[in-house]
Design a protein around this ligand. Structure first.
Ligand code: NDP
Ligand code: 2IT
Length: 444
């Protein structure tokens, strides 16, 4: 089957999985040309084997809330492909979690992890459990129940989970604690752990920092400076916060942040002090971004999206499909020059088209946000060595990895007119490595 036939077949088999089909069709479209040059891939039915996950675990999670009521949620782990190394990818807790969303994330993760050059396969997991409004004790009991099922499927050389939406340091620590007790080993089968028990310096910062390191590489291709640029960030969680931190450090002007209720616009720029307020608000008080506007007296738009504001650079850092064709047209009309994705698949296919047609610098998530999982890979290395690297050492390696990913995108994505198609570049580079490894390892 050629790539189009495979896609049509997947559409027929998985008609209720729009996010999965969206991610697959973007990749298949970009690799079509190289795929056609390798008839041996078709003979081995490589594409179909690469698109369908190795296995999916789904289970019920039972936990008791603070009122003594017994609650149930669904839990999942999708082990997509481990041809390059142990399955690796985050855990998401959000009411919207379903098999389609996790399948798209695990599929994307496989190519992203390939781009990092570290030995990691692709996976993703999570639950439809919604952490908002839950007490610390409820979060702990839920995480423990989740791992009571998950633990038998993971391990340091099998599958290493980490955080994602709704899962940060607190949740990873609770899950790791339960895992360690059940598995009776201490080899670090989770990344994003606390520094006291095997976590790596820079892991919390890595996705946001990595995105800005990638952005700097893109800007360099056009001789553009980051300093002084007005930046639109969506989200206000882990990725958004450290994206904002790096922008402030480098003299750019972040002017927006958001959450699922609305966004703030601060024309004077979010300063270090204001970001400290956001970090306390979001990570300790678990409040809403509206409170920033109340505290600092700036604009808050309930239900709005940050893309309505004018900015030089857009950094979507909340969730999938948060930036559509209309948003993209607004950004272009208002003079935006670059879009670098901290989130996974935040731009719709139509939005990506608008950016590329307008000649913007546009980096897809699997390239721009790979710094998070790359630093998870570095955490795994440190755990294996039973040694810790310094902040400077990890940061230096992260910078080098992001520059390497940029280089791969240029190699496979540079058009004859000089425009760099980062979507094509990232997809082909990520794909070729996985494809070669699958061909070498035989029909499995
Ligand atoms: P967090 O849970 O820390 O923050 C998520 C942010 O996005 C919150 O501000 C949240 O608002 C908002 N958000 C989440 N879902 C929605 C939604 N359906 N609609 C509107 N806003 C929403 O997650 P992260 O910062 O870790 O993750 C953000 C993105 O980055 C995700 O796409 C994730 O997959 C991706 N990513 C994360 C990495 C990591 O290392 N953590 C690595 C690579 C990518 P609210 O509080 O109101 O829910
Ligand atoms: O989407 C992602 O790359 C992540 N959520 C991070 C995964 C990881 O294993 O660090």
């Amino acid at each position: 089957m050629n790539t189009k036939d495979v896609l049509n077949d997947l559409k027929r088999r998985f008609p209720n999985e729009p996010e999965y089909l969206q991610a697959v069709s973007e990749v298949l479209e970009s690799i079509e040309e190289v795929y056609n040059k390798h008839p041996e891939f078709e003979k081995a039915n490589l594409i179909e084997r690469l698109c369908i996950p190795d296995r999916i675990f789904s289970f019920r999670i039972t936990w008791m809330d603070d009122r003594g009521q017994v609650q149930t949620n669904m839990g999942y782990r999708i082990q997509h492909n481990n041809v390059l190394g142990p399955y690796k990818g985050g855990i998401r807790f959000h009411a919207s979690v379903n098999p389609s969303i996790l399948k798209f994330l695990a599929f994307e993760q496989t190519f992203k992890n390939s781009l990092t050059t570290l030995p990691m396969g692709g996976a993703k997991g999570g639950s439809d459990f919604m952490p908002r409004g839950k007490s610390n004790a409820e979060i702990m009991r839920f995480c423990q129940s989740f791992v009571l099922e998950l633990w038998r499927h993971i391990g340091p050389d099998t599958d290493v989970p980490a955080g994602d939406i709704g899962v940060g340091g607190r949740e990873v620590a609770y899950m790791y604690g339960m895992y360690r007790k059940l598995a009776r080993e201490n080899t670090g089968t989770f990344t994003g752990k606390g520094l006291e028990f095997g976590g790596s310096l820079i892991r919390p910062e890595a996705t946001g920092y990595g995105n800005i390191y990638f952005l700097l590489e893109m800007l360099k291709t056009r001789g553009i400076e980051l300093r002084g640029k007005r930046c639109l960030i969506s989200g206000s969680g882990n990725v958004a916060q450290y994206t904002c931190e790096k922008l402030i450090e480098l003299g750019a002007l972040p002017v927006t942040l958001s959450d699922s209720n609305g966004y703030i616009y601060d024309p004077d720029g979010i300063t270090r002090e204001k970001l400290d307020f956001v970090m306390d608000l979001k990570n300790n008080q678990r409040g809403r971004i509206r409170e920033y506007a109340e505290h600092y007296g700036c604009k808050y738009v309930e239900g709005g999206r940050v893309w309505a504001e004018a900015g030089d650079i857009a950094l979507p850092s909340a969730t999938q499909n948060e930036l559509n064709g209309d948003d993209a047209r607004k950004l272009v009309a208002q003079g935006c020059i670059a879009v670098s994705e901290g989130a996974n698949m935040p731009s719709t296919p139509e939005a990506i088209n608008v950016f590329q047609e307008a000649g913007l610098l546009y980096a897809p998530g699997k390239a721009a946000n790979a710094g998070g999982v790359a630093t998870s890979g570095l955490e795994m290395t440190q755990n294996s060595m039973r040694l810790n690297w310094t902040r400077e050492e990890v940061d230096e390696k992260l910078k080098r990895i992001m520059a390497g990913i940029h280089e791969q995108c240029v190699r496979y994505g540079k058009r004859s007119d000089g425009y760099i198609d980062y979507v094509k570049g990232a997809n082909i580079a990520g794909f070729m490595k996985v494809a070669k490894a699958m061909m070498a390892q035989g029909v499995l």
